[in-house]
Structures are given as structure tokens and as C-alpha cells.
Design a protein. Sequence first.
Length: 85
Amino acid sequence: MAKRRTFKEQRKLNKESVRHFMVASKALKAVLTGHRMSHDKWASDVERANKCMQMAFLKDDKVFEMANNLLRKYNALRKKGNKDE
């Protein structure tokens, strides 16, 4: 018989799930709405952001590294794009 989780354990698991999903959704939004260097690179980044979403649902901790890389890249592109205007 499986051990039942306590309320605190379940709440901790839910918070971790939310953290995974939030970082993945921020990365996806940054890629979809961000400045683009070329269509090929952007299409590759969209695929990486979608992979982040899949990893978030599986609660894979590698999602944080991949999403942070995308966020850094698109935040830098956004800042560079605002200077050109």
C-alpha cells in the first residue's frame, strides 16, 4: 500500500510544480514575443521553449537551466532592439 502524503508534503510538491511551469511559461512568452535575429534561430528557440514546457510537466529540474538561457538571450535582444529605436 502506498504511503499517503501529509498536507505539508503535498503543498511542497505543488509549489515545485508551479515553479517549473512558471519559468517555462516565461521562457515561451519571451521567445514568442521577443526580438528575432533570424527565422531559423527563432524557430529553433521556439522548439526549445516548447521542450521546456514538456519538461515542466514532467517536473524535470533541467527546465530551469534551459529556460534561463532563453530568457537571458531574449532579454538581451530586447534591450538591444530598444536602443536601435
